[in-house]
Design a protein. Structure first.
Length: 286
């Protein structure tokens, strides 16, 4: 699933290409009706056509296209794009060869298209009057300057669930998923099954620094393409070559040489180093 670094990379790719462009036509493929959330495909097409893309932002793992009132239309609108497991948002010339698994196409007034492709058809497109209708309950943005160690403590400090499960809770922290939760916990030397409310102040500060560092590193590498992720131009990221524990089960730890292990936390595959993230302190102090 695309996480914060992947979605932010797509946003940065698309922003200069689509902002200021008007939507001239909208097409939803017949097999992708569930893609549109809260409206019929016909209504979705009618409400989008003629609007201008005035901005493109990200909240957590969501892309938000900020739209004008448009010709003969009143009131701004926001298109929320959730890529989920296998979604991609691609900018192409209209004459470019067809992409695989395209479910929706927004034609733009400069002869280009925004193509939404999704192998498993799990993603969602939603039109809202205000972004908070879709993303208002998300937790803080981990790369925001206002996200301090104290803010992290406030978000997770009273939770009795395993720290890995808490980091995946988008209401606690927006944008972190399986890849970067594993990587941040390894960098902070905290076992993924450690109860969140047992972290010391020093461990909390270390985790805060680690979260921000692993996300910035992934952004520098344009995201991780373990399977389906591609950027706004259809290119793969590079961060899959730089992870320390994620999907490295049985391989030696780059720090201590121990074999990376895999377990499950909250039903999610979880990777860690048993020596750098020792099991004996997994539950913390009593």
């Amino acid at each position: 699933m695309p996480e914060l670094p992947e979605v932010e990379t797509i946003r940065c790719d698309l922003y200069p290409r689509v902002c200021g462009r008007a939507i001239t036509a909208v097409r939803i493929t017949p097999d992708a009706v569930p893609l549109v959330d809260g409206a019929s495909p016909a209504e979705f097409q009618r409400r989008l056509k003629g609007r201008r893309i005035e901005g493109l932002s990200r909240r957590g793992k969501y892309l938000i296209l900020h739209l004008s009132g448009g010709l003969h239309l009143s009131g701004g609108l926001h298109l929320i794009v959730h890529l989920r497991m296998t979604g991609a948002l691609l900018h192409r010339d209209a004459a470019a060869p067809a992409d695989r698994y395209v479910r929706a196409v927004l034609s733009l007034d400069d002869g280009t298209e925004l193509r939404y492709a999704d192998l498993r058809k799990l993603g969602r497109l939603r039109l809202v009057a205000h972004p908070d209708e879709a993303v208002g309950r998300l937790g803080p943005e981990p790369l925001d300057a206002r996200f301090t160690a104290a803010r992290l403590r406030q978000a997770i400090g009273r939770r009795r669930a395993p720290i890995k499960a808490v980091l995946l809770d988008q209401r606690a922290l927006a944008g972190l998923g399986n890849i970067y939760a594993d990587e941040a916990l390894f960098a902070a030397r905290i076992h993924p099954q450690r109860r969140a409310d047992t972290l010391s102040e020093a461990e909390n500060r270390r985790l805060h620094r680690s979260i921000r560092r692993v996300l910035r590193d992934a952004l520098d590498n344009r995201g991780a393409s373990f399977r389906d992720y591609v950027d706004g131009g259809g290119r793969e990221g590079r961060h899959q070559f730089h992870v320390k524990v994620f999907r490295r089960t049985g391989q030696p730890c780059y720090v201590c040489g121990a074999e990376i292990e895999r377990t499950k936390v909250g039903g999610r595959s979880t990777h860690f180093c048993p020596r750098c993230q020792p099991q004996e302190v997994a539950n913390g102090p009593t």
